[in-house]
Design a protein around this ligand. Sequence first.
Ligand code: VTB
Length: 332
Amino acid sequence: MAKENSTQSGIEERLDRILTLELARVTEAAAVAAARLRGHGDEKQADQAAVDAMRTELNNLPIDGKVVIGEGERDEAPMLYIGEEVGTKKGTAVDIALDPLEGTTICAKNLPNSLAVIAVAERGNLLYAPDVYMDKIAIGPGYKPGLIDIDAPVLDNLQALARAKGVKVTELTACIMDRPRHARLIEEVRAAGVAIRLIGDGDVAGVIHTTDPEMTGIDIYIGIGGAPEGVLAAAALRCIGGQMQGRLILDTPEKVARAKKMGVEDPNRAYTMEEMARGDVIFSATGVTDGNMLDGVRFGRDSISTHTVVMRSASKTVREIKAVHHDLGKFG
Ligand code: VTB
C-alpha cells in the first residue's frame, strides 16, 4: 500500500512538474491563433487555426497522450480527433480533454468568454463522454457537499444555495445558455425571482464563473450543454473547488448504444465532478476574447499578450499567467 502511494505521488509529481507550464504554452498558442481570426465571422476557420496550433504544441510535450475528448471522431475531424495520440510518446501516459476554441461562435462575433482549453489526467481518469448533450448543475467552492442535486426541483436548489450563501433567493444570479430547450427552466428560475445571465455559447466558462461570484456575478450554472464541455468544466472545478453534477442525455437507442461502447452502462446515471474527472488533473485555459475572468489576446506593436489560468487538482494550485510574448515567430 505504502509502495503504491509513493509510486502514485511519483507520477503526480512528474505530471505537475512537467506539465503545468507546458500546458499554458499549449493553450496560449491555440488562443493566439484563434484570436487572429476573432470577429471575422468565420467560426470554422478560427477553430481550425486553434486546432492546428494546439496540436503542434502538444506534439512537443514529453507525454504519451491520448485525446479522449476532442474535435470529433477520426473520420469527421482531421486533427485532434478522439483517440489521436499526441506528444513525444516517451513520458507519462495521460488522457487529454481539449477544446482548442470553446465558443467558436462567440469568437467569430468577438463576444465575451471564448477560451482555448485543455485538461490532462493520468490514463483512464477522464470520463469518455460521447459528443452528446449533458444536463449540468454547478456551484462554486465553500458550500457543504451535496448542497445541490441535479434531480431536485430547480427551486429547491436555488433556495438551498441562497440559504447557504446567506442571501435572499432574489439576490442570486444563475447562468443559463440561451436556447429554446431552456424555455421552461428559464421561466422557473425567473419565477423564483432569480436573475439570469443568459449566455450564447461557452458553458465551460459559464461553469467556471460560479467559482468566483464576486468577480463574475454568477452563483450557479444550470442547463444543458455539450457533454465534452461538461467534462472539461468538471476538470476545472476539481482544481478550483466547487460542486458539479452532470447527466448525459441519451435520448435515442443509437446514443445509448454509442455511449455503451464507451463504457457507459447506465444511460440515466448522474455523474459527480469527481466521477467525470478523477485523480490528479491539470487544467489550462487562455482567453481568446475578453471575459469575466480572463482577458483576451492583445496584439501589440512588437509583442502579443495572453492571459491564462493553469490549475492542478492535487494541490489546488491556481496560477494566473499574464504573458507578454516577444518571440512572435513561435506563433507562426
Ligand atoms: C455548449 C457550449 C459550446 O455548444 O456546450 C454548446 O459550451 C452546446 O450545444 O460553446 P448547442 O449549441 O447545440 O446548444 C457550444 O455552444 C459550441 O461548442
